[in-house]
Design a protein around this ligand. Structure first.
Ligand code: M6R
Length: 592
């Protein structure tokens, strides 16, 4: 939520910061702004709306400064407006701050600062940081930041620049992500690695309670008491090309197509010795899976597999509900935290909560070095590469691969089951070959305002995921439901105007799902079926049919989800919507 970037070096800072902000735009896009050091003065430019609005505004302005900070916002405190856009400055305009996260005690701090006669220009929590630093400034920016940080409560990361100490930028991390990029006579700060990947692959990932003091000449790290610390520099393996659209209209479509590769890469990564875990699921009395959004849906699929192959009772809980519940958690429990970003604050806090209670924590994350990766006892990495589209697609199927791999460990049929998993990417390729049919089918449903998605057993979480994909990118209301539950209420919604997506691979509940389909048809619902290519019986019952190749029961979610991702994509794209950056959303949600 919100992206921040800082640059100090030998190049003009503005184009570099704007480029970085574009790569961070997935984190929020309500407004954007920059502060550039121009002849020892801070120039602040900001604009409501997406980064392209800011870029248009800056067109032709001759800023040549070689240090600056930038921000792209996902609003929490204060509406998305120019006044509330970052950077925020102190009263003299000598100190500018960009911030990601929430200062929870900002009301109290604001009141205190107002007693010093300070006049606030925005409704944000961020502005208190700029004024606090100014109040503590006695000639050394680092000391002022250290004093200010002691007063702040919450989870945040911010970067500060001051016209009094040109070329110096201070970055602070507590809760929200922040990395330092090491260049040649230039250094960077950013919320996420892709923002600075075109310039450097040498990265230091800051941990909570750490501060980076950067100038073109070097980087110094400190803890919140001002004690110097040292950290390793890591070399990022990602190639920038993998973060480009490669000819696809949207990142989401590219990422849907990348799934056979990302599932294959994930399986290869998992079978390599580095990922072997020093325990088995059966060592625990219970497994608790905690996650949000799409990762939660992956967890629901994982529950079926884990219970089938290990008989260990498994619960799946929204991370945001888990932390504040009274659910008993202890050392006999294994917590599996699933998060593509590894930064979702609800999931991160849930991990910390469970660890404090003595439970073992296992993360399934896509971003190496992310907070949840570092703060969990163990990690299984998915190898999906950077996912830019706000709607999660390839990270979902990669999470499924990790969960299935975990569930089948040490089962008598492990080798055979693993072979089935290894064969899945080529079946996923076959689903993608039908994309054009799905594009044509999507035309029929562009004007619909409600959809119902139904599935049973392993297809129930896929119904939830299909509905989530549609609503988040097309703004069409969609509800996922267990097909067998429909008769207990949602059946009242069904009439000739209601498209009902029914997921019915030939599995243990196939016949039951077909009965539910009949219930829909009897009430004139329009059925969009997802099923096996050769299942002509099912095909004949449906108004539209999304085909997948036949697959063993366990692995159907890898295939059934793809037509639903494509259906949502084509509907949103044909409606002319911003598929990669849907309104009100952000790729990484670092607020509670
Ligand atoms: O990074 P995470 O996997 O923790 O993110 C969880 C959710 O925020 C995420 O899945 C969200 O629901 C996506 N927009 C789904 O497409």
């Amino acid at each position: 939520m919100c992206g921040i970037i800082g640059y100090t070096g030998r190049e003009q800072a503005l184009p570099l910061i704007l480029g970085g902000l574009e790569r961070l735009e997935y984190r929020g896009y309500d407004s954007a702004g920059v502060a550039i050091l121009e002849k020892d003065k801070l120039i602040v430019e900001k604009k409501a709306g997406k980064i392209r609005e800011l870029v248009k505004d800056l067109w032709g302005k001759p800023y040549k400064g070689k240090a600056g900070i930038g921000h792209t916002r996902w609003a929490t405190h204060g509406e998305p407006s120019e006044d509330n856009a970052h950077p925020h400055t102190d009263e003299k305009g000598e100190i500018a701050v960009v911030h990601n996260g929430i200062v929870e005690n900002f009301v109290e701090l604001k009141r205190r600062l107002e007693t010093h006669g300070i006049k606030f220009k925005s409704d944000t929590d961020t502005e208190v940081i700029a004024h606090l630093i100014a109040l503590n400034y006695k000639g050394d920016l680092l000391s002022a930041v250290l004093s200010a940080v002691k007063e702040l409560k919450g989870a945040f990361a911010f970067a500060v620049i001051s016209s009094k100490e040109p070329m110096r930028i201070i970055g602070v991390k507590l809760g929200s992500p922040l990395v330092v990029g090491i260049g040649k006579e230039e250094n960077f700060l950013a919320s996420d690695i892709p923002a600075i990947l075109p310039y450097t692959r040498h990265i230091i990932t800051l941990s909570d309670g750490e501060i980076a003091d950067i100038t073109p000449e070097g980087v110094n790290l400190y803890d919140f008491n001002g004690n110097p610390i040292t950290k390793e520099i890591s070399l990022v393996p990602w190639d920038i090309i993998s973060a480009e659209k490669a000819g696809f209209k949207h990142f989401m479509l590219k990422e849907i197509y990348e799934q056979p590769k990302s599932v294959g890469d994930t399986i290869r990564g998992l079978v390599s010795s580095e990922e072997i875990l020093p325990f088995h699921l059966k060592d625990f009395r219970r497994v608790l899976i905690i996650a949000c959004g799409t990762s939660y849906h992956a967890g629901l699929v994982g529950k079926f597999w884990i219970e089938k192959y290990t008989s260990v009772p498994t619960e799946v809980i929204y991370a945001s509900e888990f932390r504040y519940s009274d659910i008993p958690v202890g050392e006999k429990d294994l917590i599996i935290a699933i998060s593509q970003s590894g930064e979702t604050i609800d999931t991160k806090f849930a991990v910390n909560f469970a660890r404090d209670k003595g439970a073992k924590t296992l993360a399934i994350v896509n971003v190496v070095g992310s907070s949840i990766d570092r703060e969990s006892d163990f990690t299984l990495h998915t190898h999906a590469g950077p996912e830019i589209g706000v709607a999660a697609t390839k990270t979902f199927t990669a999470q499924l691969a990790a969960l299935y791999f975990l569930a089948i460990q040490n089962t008598p049929r492990e080798d055979k089951l693993l072979q089935d998993l290894i064969g899945t990417p080529s079946l996923m390729e076959k689903v993608l070959e039908k994309a054009e049919d799905i594009e044509n089918i999507s035309e029929k449903y562009l004007k619909k305002r409600n959809f119902l998605y139904l599935g049973r057993y392993l297809s129930y979480p896929i119904a939830l995921e299909g509905a989530l994909k549609l609503k988040e990118i097309s703004y069409i209301h969609a509800e996922g439901y267990p097909a067998g539950e429909m008769k207990h209420g949602p059946i009242a919604l069904i009439d000739e105007a209601m498209p009902v997506v029914i997921i019915a691979p030939k599995d243990r509940v196939y016949e039951k799902t077909l009965s539910n389909l009949a219930e829909v048809k009897t009430r004139k619902g329009k059925v969009i079926g997802v099923g096996f290519s050769e299942d002509n019986h099912l095909k004949d019952l449906c108004e539209s049919y999304l085909e997948i190749p036949a697959v063993v029961e366990d692995l159907s979610p890898f295939l059934t989800v793809i037509p639903l991702q494509l259906l949502a994509y084509y509907i949103a794209s044909k409606l002319g919507l911003d598929v990669d950056q849907p309104r009100n959303l952000a790729k990484t949600v670092t607020v509670e």
